[in-house]
Design a protein around this ligand. Structure first.
Ligand code: GLC
Length: 422
């Protein structure tokens, strides 16, 4: 049987139409999800993204955009794209301090309809904090995070408990020639300094905001004492002058090289200290920050979580990606590979996880002492004025009381301009 020319042309036409239609509908079916993350988290997520994309071939294509490392820089980037309207992202990995501002600005989609209350109950204590604003859930935690004091088990019987003990053990170990520095921490003018300050302020019984009035309380006698102690660490040489330029990574490098007896850092540092190139491998313990008698030890609440942006074309696909990236399996992997703290309570008791790291019980305990930074939309401005004055004191130009009075006045101006403390 021969096929006439016309029939052939018609058949060809049909085939073309059909395949074009398929490709077209195929393209429409693929839902593209773009999540902005700070560089270290984007790197830690790369393999998981590949796996997600393999499992969702033809339906969802997940892409993680690698943003700057520092919390301030990536928030600035996110905010500028949000202010321009229709941002290229469907979701953001958000620091705990961003939430109030983003939620109040109306940039985030409520997540209450996507997550069950039992799922929130299954989170470890500290991971349940900092995800809600005005009672609405806007962020689902990817990692838990709290400030810790790292100490050298080979140099001390037990870690110091009070600020005075910390200074004296640091001094003694330096005098003995065991270390170059007693204590390294985050003294650079950036968000890490505010995090360290929260812990040191609590050590002396102070609060950033007055718990009764909600107003800044930066020139209280407790705050002056705390800042005086921070300065004495540098003046007395227990912390190197260079600490005023240290962020988390510089402190970690110094401690990992065996240069310091004590370090303030986040839990991820522990995994790095166990690597073969670490001079202190197997010799490090973690505990809560020092504090004076009669006051609670504080561990600054960190943590990063995923938020769905308003206006995303396919929220269900975004939620599927969020669920995968925050699943117990993903938590295990991030803990194993990067030392990021899990968020599910059950993983803190898991034999395989405990074998990977003996500090899990210490982390769980520290999470119960988590102290948040002020959860207000004004946080970025308040932290900025505080950091400026603290840095002024630490680099030795400013007197403690003058600097903290200025921090107080400038903070009050910010709060009053926004209509008062809420
Ligand atoms: C950690 C914390 C985050 C904090 C930042 C400061 O990433 O999780 O909350 O703002 O450090 O450097």
């Amino acid at each position: 049987m021969t096929i006439g020319r016309r029939t052939l042309a018609a058949l060809l036409g049909l085939t073309l139409l059909f395949s074009f239609g398929l490709a077209w509908s195929g393209q429409r079916q693929i839902q593209r999800v773009n999540i902005l993350m700070p560089a270290p988290f984007a790197d830690a997520t790369a393999e998981l993204v590949q796996r997600f994309n393999r499992d969702h071939r033809g339906s969802i294509a997940l892409r993680v955009t690698r943003g700057p490392r520092d919390t301030e820089s990536i928030s600035d980037l996110a905010i500028s794209s949000l202010l321009l309207g229709s941002p290229p992202f469907d979701a953001l990995l958000m620091d705990v301090t961003w939430l109030a501002k983003y939620a109040a600005a109306g940039w985030l989609e409520p997540l209450d309809s996507y997550f069950e209350p039992q799922e929130i109950d299954a989170l470890v204590a500290g991971a349940r904090l900092g995800n809600h604003y005005d009672g609405v859930l806007y962020r689902w935690p990817l990692i838990a995070d709290v400030g810790l004091l790292y100490w050298r088990k080979d140099l001390m019987e037990a870690p110091p408990r009070t600020p005075d003990q910390l200074s004296s053990v640091g001094r003694r170990l330096m005098d003995d020639g065991a270390v170059n520095s007693g204590f390294v921490w985050q003294g650079r003018q950036y968000e890490g300094l505010s995090c360290d300050f929260v812990e040191m302020l609590s050590a002396f019984g102070g609060n950033w905001l007055n718990p009764q009035t909600g107003e800044p309380s930066l020139n209280s006698s407790e705050a002056l004492e705390a800042v005086g102690w921070m300065r004495s660490l540098i003046r007395d040489g227990i912390s190197p002058k260079a600490v005023t330029n240290y962020s988390e990574s510089e402190s970690l490098q110094a401690f990992k090289a065996g240069d310091a007896a004590l370090m303030r850092n986040w839990p991820y540092a522990w995994a790095e200290l166990q690597k073969p190139d670490s001079a202190v491998r197997g010799q490090v313990g973690v505990t809560l920050m020092v504090h004076n008698a009669g006051h609670q030890p504080a561990a600054t609440l960190g943590s990063w979580g995923l938020s769905l942006l308003k206006g995303s074309d396919h929220p269900q696909a975004v939620i599927e990606a969020i669920r995968f990236l925050t699943s117990p399996e993903a938590q295990r992997e991030r803990f194993r590979n990067q030392g990021y703290t899990p968020t599910d309570r059950s993983l803190f008791r898991d034999p395989e996880m405990l074998e990977l790291s003996p500090i899990l019980p210490d982390l769980e305990q520290a999470l119960t002492h988590a102290v948040p930074r002020p959860p207000t939309p004004l946080y970025a401005q308040l932290s900025d004025v505080l950091q400026r004055q603290l840095s002024g004191v630490l680099t030795d130009d400013l007197a403690v009381d003058q600097a903290m009075n200025k921090a107080q006045i400038n903070s009050m101006t910010i709060v009053e301009a926004a209509g008062g403390a809420s």
